[in-house]
Write a new protein. Structure first.
Lengths: 262, 258
């Protein structure tokens, strides 16, 4: 009997984590480059009460075993790396990666971090930086007297300077990919850090070797679908409710068992 | 527990109905445990519902003459097994390339630490060595062994063929298991074959859907109804137990000793 109580509790805990994940997705609906998370569950251990296939008599065997499971456990929050919608901004420094890949960002502590969010700005030295002020890597510096910036689909950054007819190439945006992007560690601020599960970054030119190509003047919106999250929320709430009812049923049964002796 | 029994003369040691009722309570409790596990796993991908399977525990030949009264009073209900409901769960479109759902009778073969295990949970990933693995990091097996994906776009065909950047890499080892009811559940969404089983044959009636996961086939509404049923059965049995022990026995002891 106590099994059912703990089993149902594990179900409620799992649904709490599910709701937490859904809340995080919905809170980031307007975060550029945000990727939807999905909680993933597995069944817990089983108590083997009676094994199937064991000889019952010399000629017969037990056809169906009795295994009572002990609930569920959350195992992962997966990131769903599908492409988000593009929205037009007409700002040449807003970039989206069409396909696989991450922008590389140099953190103040000297480490590299990776992001899908391509809304870049210029700092006072003319370098491309994230809204947090972290430098894009490799560093790209735009001359002061520019009158137009163009970023090509292969990451080439060209600048038209005052008094010149031809744009000058000033650098190239490189992007990186991972063997297992799902293994990246989220560190907030739209950034990811590589982990042993993700493997080392493989950097390259946008549009080559399976890397996505760049599109300037657009922002990649989050790939969270409100309708999908709402449906998940309803399912999750109902599942939570059903598990709480199991606890109440188990409790009533224990109470009744206790009432056998008056 | 040793059960008192009716003998040929119809005498009884203490009320055997008490033990029959007790066995009923026990069976209902066990089936609530099963149901709790089903409901806890309504969101576990590839989870298969377990249904209780009750049987009557007869007394056997040593119980004396097989009269009808003997059979009724001395038999006990118990939860004899859990039957796997193997019907496909509903598909959920995720659009994630490494999510695969198996439609029809088939299992993915997984290299678990204790040997090859079988799973219906197709929410897969690739690890740092770019091998196709389950959420626990156990490698998913192809016909040539471990499946190495490498970087690139992964496509998985309906017959389980895995393509990376349009080049065929391997084919998922999808197997059909004949003795589904004898599978051992091991948690981690894995099933094990009972020891001594023959190697499973390749699945012929299964197809793979990339970008989908198979949801749990537990129906929460049906399970909630079943829960009410269990509670009411329990209540009814408890009432009869109460009647036997607190009314009949108590009266008998009280009146006969006066």
């Amino acid at each position: 009997m106590l099994r059912a109580l703990y089993t149902a509790a594990s179900g409620m805990e799992a649904q709490q984590i599910n709701i937490d994940t859904i809340a995080h997705n919905l809170a980031n609906i307007n975060t550029a480059g945000f990727k939807q998370r999905r909680a993933q569950f597995q069944d817990l251990l089983y108590q083997n009460m009676r094994a199937a296939g064991v000889a019952n008599t010399a000629n017969t065997e037990i056809p169906v075993g009795l295994q009572i499971g002990l609930g569920t456990k959350p195992v992962a929050t997966q990131m769903i790396f599908t492409q988000g919608d593009f929205s037009v901004t007409n700002n040449p420094l807003d970039l989206v990666i069409e396909g696989q890949g991450f922008f590389q960002v140099l953190l103040p502590n000297g480490e590299l971090a990776y992001t899908r969010s391509g809304n870049f700005h210029l700092n006072r030295d003319g370098s491309l930086v994230t809204p947090e002020g972290d430098m894009l890597d490799p560093q790209i510096t735009i001359p002061q007297d520019q009158i137009g910036i163009m970023i090509g689909s292969d990451g080439t950054v060209s600048v038209l300077q005052a008094g010149q007819m031809e744009p000058q190439q000033v650098g190239r945006v490189e992007i990186a990919t991972f063997q297992n992007p799902g293994g990246l560690q989220s560190i907030g601020k739209n950034l990811f850090k590589p982990s042993t599960a993700s493997g080392d970054p493989i950097t390259g030119t946008p549009g080559e070797n399976g890397l996505g190509s760049l599109l300037s003047g657009f922002i990649e919106q989050s790939n969270v679908s409100v309708v999908e999250e709402m449906v998940s929320m309803i399912i999750s709430q109902r599942a939570y409710e059903a598990n709480s009812k199991v606890i109440r049923t188990a409790d009533e049964m224990i109470t009744q068992a206790n009432n056998v002796i008056r | 527990m040793r059960r008192p029994r009716w003998n040929e003369t119809g005498d009884t040691t203490l009320n055997s109905g008490l033990y029959t009722a007790y066995s009923g309570l026990r069976a209902q409790m066990d089936s609530l445990d099963l149901l709790a596990n089903n409901l806890a796993n309504v969101q576990t991908a590839g989870f298969k519902e377990q249904r209780p399977f009750f049987s009557l525990l007869g007394m056997g030949p040593e119980a004396g003459p097989e009269t009808e009264l003997n059979a009724v009073v001395n038999s006990q209900a118990h939860l004899a097994g859990s039957v796997l409901n193997f019907i496909d769960g509903p598909l959920l479109a995720t659009g994630r390339p490494l999510d695969v759902a198996i439609v029809g009778t088939g299992f993915l073969a997984v290299q678990a630490p204790n040997g090859i295990r079988y799973s219906r949970n197709g929410s897969l990933s690739s690890d740092a060595q770019s091998q196709l693995v389950t959420a626990d990091g156990f490698p998913v097996l192809g016909e040539k062994g471990l499946i190495r994906l490498g970087a690139g776009e992964v496509e998985i065909g309906q017959n389980g063929e895995v393509f990376v950047n349009h080049a065929l890499v391997d084919r998922l080892r999808v197997v059909a298991l004949d003795n589904i009811q004898q599978l051992q559940r091991e948690g981690h969404s894995l099933f094990a074959l009972p020891p001594g089983s023959p190697d499973p044959r390749p699945a012929t009636e299964a197809s793979i859907r990339q970008g989908y996961i198979e949801q749990s086939n537990v129906n929460p509404v049906a399970a909630t109804v079943r829960m009410v049923e269990i509670l009411r059965h329990f209540e009814a049995i408890q009432k009869s137990l109460n009647l036997i022990s607190n009314v009949m026995d108590a009266k008998a002891i009280d009146k006969l000793t006066r």
